[in-house]
Design a protein around this ligand. Structure first.
Ligand SMILES: CC(C)(COP(=O)(O)OP(=O)(O)OC[C@H]1O[C@@H](n2cnc3c(N)ncnc32)[C@H](O)[C@@H]1OP(=O)(O)O)[C@@H](O)C(=O)NCCC(=O)NCCS
Length: 186
């Protein structure tokens, strides 16, 4: 198995592949997903998924982006990434899941694994994420994966021309190590 492929109880988390393009085109083109992200354009232009995948293949990063796929059957269900900062010691987590699969704990399962990978393999010091204040589902995922609330960047983002408040959360290496110690004692 590719060394950048991670495995959880229900998921394989692997680098993007060219044949993921139709699913990315379909799901990233869904307003329910695009409107909660900062960068996904809407409408989603034809061919963008292909060119984005080509870009990731030409410039592979240990932080992904990763395709989230079901272990059973291999269906593509979403994307997750640790976008590394220039110092390579901090990363921003970003993710989306296809609406059909919402509410089954899959994003939380993936994020926990990707966070463990980020601290264990990439030796990160800090993983952070932001979500719009009107996106409690993302906030809940971040909390369940161990990120702590750090504050709100009021009007911290402009989306579709409108200012949006950005809730910031993060997990540090000491937080993660403390959690690991607790888990290994159980
Ligand atoms: C955010 C997102 C990734 C969550 O994926 P998911 O697989 O459904 O997440 P999980 O099932 O692991 O957890 C979702 C949690 O949010 C909760 N939740 C969902 N909608 C909610 C709402 N409107 N208010 C409060 N909590 C909500 C769920 O109940 C669940 O918490 P629980 O396990 O305590 O019950 C998915 O909704 C998505 O892709 N949204 C659009 C894109 C996006 O927001 N990306 C993140 C940008 S910061």
């Amino acid at each position: 198995m590719n060394k950048m492929t991670l495995e959880t109880e229900r998921l394989l988390i692997r680098p993007l592949a060219r044949n993921d393009a139709p699913m990315i085109q379909k799901y990233a083109g869904d307003l329910r997903i695009a409107q909660m992200t900062i960068l996904i354009p809407h409408p989603y232009p034809e061919g963008l998924a292909e060119s984005w995948i080509e870009e990731t293949l030409a410039n592979p990063s240990p932080g992904g982006p990763f395709a989230l796929t079901l272990k059973l059957g291999g269906e593509f269900i979403g994307v997750m990434e640790l976008s590394l900062c220039d110092d390579k010691q901090r990363a921003e987590a970003g993710f989306w899941i296809a609406p059909l699969f919402w509410g089954h704990g899959l994003c939380t399962e993936a994020l926990k694994e990707v966070i463990d990978y980020g601290f264990r393999e990439l030796k990160l010091l800090r993983i952070f994420a932001g979500h719009f204040s009107e996106n409690p589902a993302s906030g809940r995922v971040q909390k369940k994966a161990g990120l702590k609330w750090e504050g709100v960047h009021r009007m911290g983002a402009i989306r579709f021309g409108e200012p949006r408040d950005l809730v910031m959360c993060a997990i540090t290496r000491p937080d993660w190590e403390a959690r690991e110690k607790t888990i290994s004692k159980v």
